[in-house]
Write a protein that binds this ligand. Sequence first.
Ligand code: COA
Length: 376
Amino acid sequence: MSTNTGAGLEDVVATNSNICDLDGKLGKLTYFGVDIHDLAQHSSFEETTYLLWHGTLPTQAQLEEARKQFIVQRTLPDRIIDIMRLLPSTTSPMDVLRTSVSALSAFDPHTSDKSAAANYQRAIRLTAGLPTIVASWENMRNGKDPVAPLQAHNHATNFLYMLTGNMPDDYAAHVLEVALILHADHELNASTFAARVSAGTKADVYASVTAAIGALSGPLHGGANEQVIRMLLRIGEPERAESYIHDALERKERIMGFGHRVYRTDDPRATHLRAMSEELGKRNNDTRWYEISRIIEKSVMEHKGLYANVDFYSASVYYSLGIPIDLDTPIFACSRIAGWTAHILEQYANNRLIRPRAEYSGPKVTKYTPLSERER
Ligand code: COA
């Protein structure tokens, strides 16, 4: 048996995939060969999702059809809203998302149909429905009724509309759209791996996405963006940023939003988020969060040689859009659902149970002593 003692499986190739190519040395990221910079500049979330699911960019007619299917699937079954109403209003939005996705399986119109076509419909249903869950919860926990999804407009515009009940301005919708594209897939990150392990047992799409949401919620993965904005708020003023980082590193703390298991250079996704953070600051006449972020970025590079990752600038971007802090990670999920489902469909199409081994490091032989003879 070949062994790998690295507890985090770093650099272990665990599967073959056609979906996402990630070059950590060059800082290059592609979805089916299409550069993330091109997608960020020219694509839409719906088109990028189509690419992840089908492996090719859609024609105009295919894109229109996909948009229509998304719009239909934005509306949740009433009983999912009823289930959400049973949860305490203090429940974290990630927990609500995980619970609701799990519950959605009970309302699948064709539960026993495990065909590729039925699973594709589930991918659409979940990708279209996640923003409705997040936005509905935001309204419900504030004592309001959920806002019904728009029956037109793109995914990002509808999401921002459902959060507040007001139509967002074009730039805000553009920013969210680009953020959704940038987070849509990232090879075998922890949550996608969790999704594939689950799908590899032939568990259904809902179970696999539920596993992925659980993995995303941790602060070392998707939960990092929320921790970043909390840090920026603690720092408060650009003048305090340098000493804050210095002191935190002295205490051997991790600075959230920095470092990456694969990238050893600038994260290509951070480039776009950095620019949008600056632009949003200017438009809001409040560049504080961008300025603090820049100082932190410089300081962490000087002290630790670490680059900002995707979570660092997404934090100030979402905050500048007026999005409540604890929705940062659920929004990550609303984007990554595209990648999760693409990987789940790919896993089903060429499935083999994922079951690695552990290098046993416990005692070889331990005598069973009766309870009465054991020392306290
Ligand atoms: N802040 C401070 N130091 C960090 C760090 C951070 N964010 N990330 C890594 N390091 C340091 C480690 O302390 C370690 O230093 P040492 O060799 O002096 O002990 C070194 O960099 C290597 O770290 P390691 O934990 O082995 O890297 P990893 O590949 O396991 O970690 C992350 C990857 C993402 C988990 C890690 O960088 C991290 O915790 N980042 C913060 C959370 C975050 O932003 N997550 C989102 C990822 S997209």
